[in-house]
Design a protein around this ligand. Structure first.
Ligand code: ADP
Ligand code: MG
Ligand code: ZN
Length: 618
């Protein structure tokens, strides 16, 4: 009885879907012009674009302009369109326009023929479904089934040995492997098992690879689905797919569910003023519901990957969900050697191939770029009928990868690397020389996100109060990069933008909020008002005179300049130490741990060696 109704509903849905598809199809493919990806990004920024549809191959883009024009473009399949748009300065929250087509048999294979064939096909399908549904009731509902692919033993097994240069991440994930292998051990002690692990890192750094390696190491099935696949044609399908995926996973436990590009569904909800995507929200909610619904002995671990952790919905990051986070960075010099080694395994290399030299020539390359490089080199060698891959093949392949279409992470020139190295060394040395600064844990000239290089300093303990001395120390630390550039090159670059912004903000707060300027006293200047309806925007109301405003500006300036002077004096005094760190940083690109500590100590002791050197040479 009930089944009859379900069956009837199925027919109705199929018919509606068929009509929708046919209409879509009859819409002629029109003579679309091909435009460059850059142009698309520019147009998106200028809000000329109505809609972008990403093809199922993750490369083809169909663009509909507001003025009715249509065009096509291409992107690299590993790049997320969201990320590209975001990086180009497009307000992605405000653009409910990106749709991803499911693997579309109609578009790619049948193409123009489909105008005649489609109606026939649908009639046939309808007939088919009718019989099926009568037989085993709900088989017809298969389009709600998840498309998670199941990888098991028959695939070549990927293990941690195939993933190079991400030792920290591997270490963190080995715990997950342990759990999947010996769940009883943890259960016996009542340990709460991690539910979800979020892998974060730029495209091509091995997130997908690593997730598979975890499954391979643990010897469990691996269900994978991409966030962008969820965002599909019919409302409600995403959510039902999630349900189905997790059902499957629970039946096959212990195993791994891998959600790639989770940012496609897990973007912050309800922030943009432009309408939010219902479908996405439902899908996201379903993921959360499923993860919350695991009981303590469900041996399913969800691994998700994203290259845009900053836009994720905070609900995803709550305890019991993706509370483990693993960061993958682009590899440094040593990392690149390791990755090259992994990909050269089993390939005949000529004796002249020096992977270290190659690694040195490829700053900014991701793991995927390096894999690509080795593959291109092998192809070149084969085309030249060689038995072995030579260094020349490798170098040509590197050029090819660099020149590849729309490569986002351009290669950094030696000169730029030198500047970045001095900049970061400046931060680090200043932090090391001023006792109130937090200790430096890591410096790197490998770009991460928008920053070209970075210095990571971490407080030794949680801090709730910031003494004035500490803020002043931090200001000098922030300006250490700028001071180093000025000192060494007698010039500065745009690389200090963020440092300067932070320092200025902090100095202004010292004066107007914390009463840390003697001249202006313990008075709060300016009233902050939260404009709730505009999100987190804060408007300031001025409640002081123009004279006071001028004084505030003067004080801010005095403080910032004082901090700059302090940083510069310190660096001048330890110029040789600065050279030492910058030099080493250019060689190895990342410094951390014991090596960094020793280097900083040595640098700190190299006082006034400029004069000493001058003395010996004269
Ligand atoms: P992501 O998912 O982070 O975009 P992938 O895991 O898809 O990157 O990486 C694409 C390819 O690049 C991998 O299949 C592998 O060949 C290569 N690769 C990336 N990172 C590494 C690494 N750390 N070690 C070895 N190979 C890597
Ligand atoms: Mg991936
Ligand atoms: Zn800086």
């Amino acid at each position: 009885m009930g089944n009859r109704w379900v069956t009837g509903l199925v027919y109705l849905i199929i018919i509606v879907a068929a009509i929708a598809l046919v209409f879509n199809q009859v819409n002629p493919p029109s003579q679309r012009r091909e435009v460059q990806l850059n142009q698309v990004l520019t147009d998106a920024r200028e809000k000329k674009i109505e809609r972008i549809v990403v093809g199922s191959d993750q490369q083809r883009l169909d663009i509909e302009y507001r003025n009715g024009d249509r065009a096509t473009s291409r992107k690299e399949s590993q790049d997320s369109l969201f990320a590209l748009l975001h990086d180009a300065g497009v307000d992605v929250q405000d653009m409910p326009i990106i749709e991803v087509k499911g693997p579309s048999f109609w578009n790619s294979v049948v193409g123009p023929l489909s105008y005649f064939i489609l109606p026939l096909v649908f009639l046939f399908m309808l007939f088919f479904f009718l019989r099926q549904a009568q037989g085993t009731n709900n088989q017809a509902l298969s389009f709600g089934k998840s498309r998670a692919r199941l990888f098991t033993g028959d695939k070549p097994k990927i293990t941690f040995a195939d993933v190079a240069a991400v030792d920290e991440a591997k270490e963190e994930l080995s715990e997950v492997v342990e759990f999947l292998k010996y769940p009883e051990k943890f259960a016996a002690l009542g340990a709460r098992i991690p539910r979800g692990v979020l892998l974060m890192g730029p495209p091509g750094t091995g997130k997908t690879l690593l997730a598979r390696a975890v499954a391979g190491e643990a010897g469990v099935p691996f269900f994978s689905i991409s966030g962008s696949e969820f965002v599909e044609m019919f409302v409600g399908v995403g959510a039902s797919r999630v349900r189905d995926l997790f059902d499957q996973a629970k039946r096959n436990a212990p195993d791994i569910v891998f959600i790639d590009e989770i940012d496609a569904v897990g973007r912050q909800r309800g922030t943009g003023l432009g309408g939010s995507h219902d479908e996405r929200e439902q899908t996201l909610n379903q993921i959360l519901v499923e993860m919350d619904g695991f009981d303590s002995n469900t041996n399913v671990i969800v691994i998700a990957a994203t290259n845009r952790p900053d836009i994720l919905d905070p609900a995803l990051l709550r305890p019991g969900r993706f509370d483990r986070r693993v960061v993958l960075d682009r590899p440094d010099m040593r990392g690149r050697i390791e990755i090259l080694k992994v990909h050269c395994r089993g390939k005949p290399l000529a004796p002249d191939v020096d992977l270290e030299v190659l690694a040195r020539q490829t700053p900014g390359f991701s793991g995927a770029d390096l894999a690509n490089l080795v593959n291109e080199a092998a192809i070149l060698a084969a085309r030249r009928n060689r038995r072995q891959i030579t260094m020349q093949d490798m170098e040509e392949a590197a050029e090819k990868v660099v020149a590849g279409p729309e490569r986002k992470n351009r290669r950094i020139s030696e000169e730029e690397k030198r500047i970045i190295a001095y900049h970061e060394a400046g931060h680090a040395l200043v932090a090391h020389l001023i006792p109130e600064c937090d200790p430096v844990h890591k410096i790197s000239v490998v770009s991460r996100g928008l920053a070209l290089g970075y210095t990571m300093s971490l407080p030794e303990e949680d801090r709730y109060l910031m003494p004035r001395r500490k803020i002043l120390a931090d200001l000098a630390y922030h300006l250490g990069g700028y001071a180093a550039e000025q000192l060494i090159f007698a010039d500065t670059t745009t690389g200090s933008e963020n440092d300067i912004e932070q320092a200025t903000k902090m100095a202004r707060r010292m004066v107007t909020e914390f009463g840390m300027s003697e001249l202006l006293g313990p008075i709060a200047y300016g009233q902050k008002e939260e404009l709730v309806f505009l999100g987190r925007e804060i408007a300031e109301q001025r409640d002081y005179s123009d004279d006071t405003a001028r004084l505030i500006d003067q004080e801010v300036r005095r403080i910032v300049e004082g901090a700059y002077q302090r940083a510069r004096d310190l660096l001048q005094e330890h110029r040789a130490g600065l050279d030492l760190i910058a030099q080493r940083l250019q060689e190895v690109e990342t410094l951390e741990g014991e090596e960094l500590r020793q280097l900083l100590d040595r640098a700190a002791q190299m006082k006034q060696p400029v004069d000493a050197a001058a003395g010996t040479s004269s």
